[in-house]
Design a binder for this molecule. Structure first.
Ligand code: FMN
Ligand code: SF4
Length: 432
C-alpha cells in the first residue's frame, strides 16, 4: 500500500476538454476497448476478477465475480445497468466523474457489456442532475459517431446500444432492484431477492448492475493489467478509489488514493481541520454507516478495517465534523432524510424512521429524557435486520453510534433546556 494520492480516474480532470471525445483520446482514452475486444470474454472477466476490484457502490462485492454470475450459453438477451443514482448524503464522486470524464464510464460500460454478452446498456442517472444527463448523452452521441458504440464495433462483430436514462430523483431508486423497477417504468420499489439480477433483472432477463466508479475503473485495469491494480490497496481491498471529503476540512474535495489510506493522511493532504478547530466525529461511508471519532484517525480505510471499527467503508463519503457540531442535530438531519426517502413498502422502516425523527427532534429541543434515548435505541433495534431492504438497515447505525459515543450530549440538551450548540459557529462561513 502507498500513502500518497494516486490519481487514475481523476488523473486528467484538470484538462479543460477531458470531457470531450478528443480530449479523452488525447489522454490515452478509448484504447482499452479494442484491447478487450481482442480478448475472449472469459479472459476479460478473469482480468477484472484477478484485479481484486470490489464494487464501489457501497457493498464492495467483487466485480469480476459478479460478472461471472450471468448465465453462459443461454439464448436470452443480457443487460448491463450502470447505477448512477448517487444520492446518499455526503456522496459526491460519481457525479464529478461523469461530468469530468464521461467517456471513461462509456468505455468501461462497453467493455463490461462485451464481457457479459450484453448488447444493451442502461446508465441510470439521478434525475436532479440534469447537467450530468446532458453531458452523458452528448458523450454517448460522440462515441456512436466514432464507431465505439452501435453495430459491429471496431469491426469486431460486437453490437452495443447505450441508453442514458433519467431517474425521477428518489434515493430508493439507487437500490439495485428498485432501480430496475424504475427503469421498467414502474414506481421504484425493492424486489425480493432471490432471484438476483444476474438471473432475473431488467425485463426479468439476466442483468449486471454496477456502480459508476466500478465500471469506470475497468478501462485502466484492462490496459494496465490485473497485477497493476492489485498491487495497490490492501490485501483484501485492492486498488485505488475516490474519497470525497466534505465538512469542516480546510480543502474539501475529491481525493483518489489507494484503499487503506487513513483519515489522518487524508486530512494531511487536504490541509487539516479548518483553522483552530478539532475533529469531533466523521463518517467513512456517508450517512448510512456508523459515525467514527478521533480515536479512529488511524483506521485503514479499507472494507475490513472500517467494518472492524464498527462502521462501513460504503461510498467513501468522508464527512468531517468539528467540535462546533451538535451530534444530535446532525443525526436528526440524516434521519429526516431516511424518513423522507423511505419507500413505505415495509412497516419497520416506514413507521420506525417516523418515530426516530420524533424522538430525535424531542431530544434536540431539550424535551427528551434518558427514557427517550432508550426508546430511540429500541426503535432502531426493531428496524435493524427487520427492514425489507438496506435503506431501513442503514438509517439506524448513525443514531446508535452517536448514542454510543456521545450519550451525555443527548442528555445535556435536557439539562440546558435546548441545544447547547451555536448553529452559526458550525457554518463554513463562521471561520472566514
Ligand atoms: C437505498 C440504497 C441506495 C443505493 N444507492 C446506490 C447508488 O446511488 N449508487 C450505487 O452504485 N449503488 C447504490 N446502492 C447499492 C446498489 O444496490 C448496488 O449494490 C450497487 O449498485 C452495486 O454496484 P457495485 O457492485 O459496483 O458496487 C444503494 C443501495 C441502497 C440500499
Ligand atoms: S426498508 Fe422497507 S420501507 Fe424502507 S425503503 Fe426498504 S422496502 Fe422501503
Amino acid at each position: 500500500m502507498t500513502d500518497t494520492l494516486t490519481p487514475v480516474l481523476t488523473a486528467h480532470w484538470d484538462q479543460p476538454d477531458i470531457f470531450t471525445l478528443d480530449g479523452y483520446r488525447r489522454a490515452g482514452g478509448w484504447q482499452a476497448l479494442p484491447k478487450a475486444l481482442g480478448m475472449p470474454r472469459d479472459e476479460v472477466i478473469a482480468t477484472v476478477r484477478n484485479s481484486g476490484l470490489r464494487g464501489r457502490g457501497g457493498a464492495g462485492f467483487p466485480t469480476g465475480v459478479k460478472w461471472g454470475f450471468l448465465p453462459k450459453g443461454d439464448d436470452k438477451p443480457h443487460y448491463l445497468v450502470v447505477n448512477a443514482d448517487e444520492s446518499v448524503p455526503g456522496a459526491c464522486k460519481d457525479v464529478p466523474l461523469m461530468m469530468a470524464t464521461p467517456h471513461t464510464l462509456i468505455e468501461g460500460a462497453a467493455i463490461a457489456a462485451y464481457a457479459i454478452g450484453a448488447s444493451h446498456a442502461f446508465i441510470y442517472v439521478r434525475g436532479e442532475v440534469l447537467h450530468v444527463i446532458r453531458r452523458m448523452r452528448h458523450a454517448v452521441q460522440e462515441a456512436y459517431a466514432a464507431g465505439y458504440l452501435g453495430r459491429d464495433i471496431l469491426g469486431s462483430g460486437f453490437n452495443l446500444d447505450v441508453i442514458v436514462h433519467a431517474g425521477a430523483g428518489a434515493y430508493i431508486c439507487g437500490e439495485e432492484t428498485a432501480l430496475l423497477d424504475s427503469l421498467e417504468g414502474k414506481r421504484g420499489l425493492p424486489r425480493n431477492k432471490p432471484p438476483f439480477p444476474a438471473v432475473a433483472g431488467v425485463y426479468a432477463l439476466p442483468t449486471n448492475v454496477n456502480n459508476v466508479e466500478s465500471i469506470a475503473s475497468v478501462p485502466s485495469i484492462v490496459l494496465n493489467g490485473a497485477d497493476w491494480f492489485a498491487s495497490m490497496g490492501t490485501e483484501k481491498s485492492k486498488g485505488v478509489a475516490i474519497f470525497n471529503l466534505s465538512g469542516h476540512v480546510t480543502t474539501p474535495g475529491t481525493y483518489e488514493a489507494p484503499l487503506g489510506i487513513t483519515l489522518r493522511e487524508l486530512l494531511q493532504l487536504s490541509g487539516g481541520m479548518r483553522g483552530g478547530h478539532r475533529l469531533k466525529f466523521w463518517t467513512a461511508g456517508g450517512s448510512s454507516a456508523g459515525i467514527l471519532t478521533d480515536q479512529h484517525l488511524d483506521v485503514p480505510l479499507d472494507f475490513e478495517s472500517v467494518a472492524a471499527a464498527g462502521s462501513a467503508l460504503g461510498t467513501r463519503s468522508v464527512q468531517i465534523f468539528d467540535e462546533t457540531t451538535c451530534v444530535v442535530g446532525a443525526v436528526l438531519r440524516w434521519t429526516e432524510f431516511y424518513q423522507h426517502e423511505s419507500c413505505g413498502k415495509c412497516t419497520p422502516c416506514r413507521e420506525g424512521t417516523f418515530w426516530m425523527v420524533r424522538l430525535l427532534d424531542q431530544l434536540e429541543q431539550g424535551h427528551g429524557t434518558e427514557d427517550d434515548v432508550e426508546k430511540l435505541l429500541d426503535v432502531c433495534d426493531n428496524i435493524t435486520g427487520r427492514a425489507f431492504c438496506a435503506l431501513g438497515d442503514s438509517a439506524t447505525p448513525p443514531v446508535t453510534s452517536a448514542v454510543r459515543y456521545f450519550r451525555d450530549e443527548f442528555l445535556q440538551h435536557q439539562k440546558e433546556g435546548g441545544c447547547p450548540f451555536d448553529p452559526a459557529a458550525t457554518t463554513v462561513w463562521s471561520a472566514l
